[in-house]
Design a protein around this ligand. Structure first.
Ligand code: A2P
Length: 270
């Protein structure tokens, strides 16, 4: 892949393209959230988002999670005992409603997030499928390299977009801290020293170099700038392979509070 600081977009299967590096956020959902997966709620939810963003359309709209929650105003609906209020999930019906939004010009490309292989296949094999998902946003970094999902997605022209590419903020309220901090890894550090780059830049370069888009989060202007300086060096094939051996196959973002949802995506191997 020939990427440079000036041109670092990668093509999508629908003819559009996506920057291989973008800005991660921690904001309220601007994606299709779990409480709006019923087909009749999809377009109104997107239209609310467009209004807030003061846009006529968005480039990419994604289903954030394959698990439906009870529709309504609460982003995280629970009953009076604190139990999650799940909702029946029909991903194919949701997808058809998204296809209609694309046909209406409200969105240029359609993607998903946190979908496992089975859930991707549900969409890909849907009778009458009009538009394939162009991307699947999932956790991906040197400690969780997603080899099998990446291969499957590449075979189907689906770009993997890596969230938490730097190993998260390690907030114990939602992060599984059983793996050590990614950015203190000795190999990533050593490679950073070799190339006069930070550990974070090496971690980001690793993903970008294997065709994975990255959306690192930072509130620090200097670090935001630094995180984009990953197009003036490249890792050797051997170095890429040695970074792959760091894989621990453990997620920082397990979403285990929803593990009893019928469509919880992380029980399957990938
Ligand atoms: P900060 O906002 O203070 O920069 P991820 O994208 O994997 O979720 O990681 C986000 C975390 O990584 C945030 O805590 C962020 O903190 C930190 N971070 C972002 N960029 C860098 C960097 N270049 N070096 C070190 N930490 C970084």
């Amino acid at each position: 892949m020939d990427l440079s600081a000036a041109d670092h977009r990668i093509p999508l299967s629908d003819g559009n393209s996506i920057p291989i590096i973008g800005l991660g956020t921690y904001s309220n959902p601007r994606v299709l959230w779990c409480t709006a997966l019923d087909p009749e709620n999809v377009r109104p939810c997107l239209e609310r988002t467009l209004k807030i963003l003061q846009l006529d359309y968005v480039d990419l709209y994604i289903i954030e999670l394959p698990m439906a929650f009870q529709p309504g105003d609460k982003i995280y609906p629970r009953d009076e005992n604190g139990r999650w209020l799940y909702h029946k999930t029909n991903l194919c019906a949701t997808w058809e409603a998204l296809e209609a939004c694309k046909d209406a010009g409200l969105v240029k490309s359609l993607g998903v997030s946190n979908f496992n292989r089975r859930q991707l296949e549900l969409i890909l094999n849907k009778p009458g499928l009009k538009y394939k998902p162009v991307s699947n946003q999932v956790e991906c970094h040197p400690y969780f390299i997603q080899t099998k999902l990446l291969k499957f997605c590449q075979q189907h022209d689906i770009v993997i977009v890596a969230y938490s590419p730097l190993g998260t903020s390690r907030d114990p309220t939602w992060v599984n801290l059983s793996s050590p901090p990614l950015l203190t890894d000795p190999l990533l550090k050593a490679l950073g020293e070799k190339y006069n780059k930070t550990t974070a830049q090496v971690a980001l370069r690793f993903n970008v170099q294997r065709g994975v888009a990255v959306i690192p989060k930072s509130f620090n202007p200097e670090r935001i700038k630094d995180n984009f300086q990953i197009f003036d060096f490249s890792l050797t094939e051997e170095e890429m392979k040695s970074i792959e051996t760091l894989n621990k196959n453990v997620r920082f973002v397990e979403l285990s509070m929803w593990s009893d949802h019928p469509e919880y995506p992380f029980h399957e191997e990938y």
